[in-house]
Design a protein. Structure first.
Length: 154
């Protein structure tokens, strides 16, 4: 618990939430804040952040996540209307290995424009049918009945 407090005190996004750090805010309510990314992939790149500090998608309360995702949608619509985006990527990184730099859960809303230089990609693999079925079974039979007990160790 002490560790969690230290993390929160040092957390960049908690500081933005508390107004201790400046940010180019585009939206705020009691539970959610959204501001422009300081190093945008494209103009309008926005971060949507729950005010309550949790680290990853595995930690956040469902009710907080619901509020965040509605704001993600509204920001997406706003970007489309105001910046005339040609497309949009929603990116949400969990864990250092997956590229999470700030340990306070957030969603990237990245507007896309024709001819932009943004690269969001991954290699596609051919998977053995048996292996795929094994994974499907694990996900449906083991994980699905008890989602709250999932121990996603990011
Ligand atoms: P992630 O790699 O998913 O953790 O993304 C963290 C994002 O936070 C990066 O895109 C950074 O550019 C952005 N960022 C870091 N510091 C700030 C800040 N002070 N204000 C706005 N965005 C920030
Ligand atoms: Zn935080």
């Amino acid at each position: 618990m002490l560790n969690n407090k230290v993390v929160k005190m040092d957390c960049l996004f908690c500081k933005i939430v508390k107004g201790e750090m400046p940010a180019k805010k585009v939206y705020e309510d009691d539970s959610v804040i959204a501001f422009l990314d300081i190093n945008p992939a494209n103009p309008g790149h926005t971060l949507v952040v729950p005010k309550k500090h949790t680290e990853t998608i595995a930690d956040i309360e469902d009710s907080d996540l619901e509020k965040v995702i509605v704001v993600v949608k509204n920001i997406a619509k706003k970007l489309k209307d105001e910046l005339d985006t040609a497309g949009l990527n929603i990116v949400q990184n969990n864990g250092k290995l997956a590229g999470q730099l700030v340990s306070h859960i957030h969603f990237h809303v990245i507007p896309r424009f024709a001819g932009d230089q943004v690269i969001i990609t991954y290699q596609r693999a051919q998977v053995d049918e048996n292996k795929m079925e094994e994974i499907r079974k694990k996900l449906t039979e083991e994980a699905a009945p008890a989602p709250k007990d999932l121990d996603l160790d990011f």
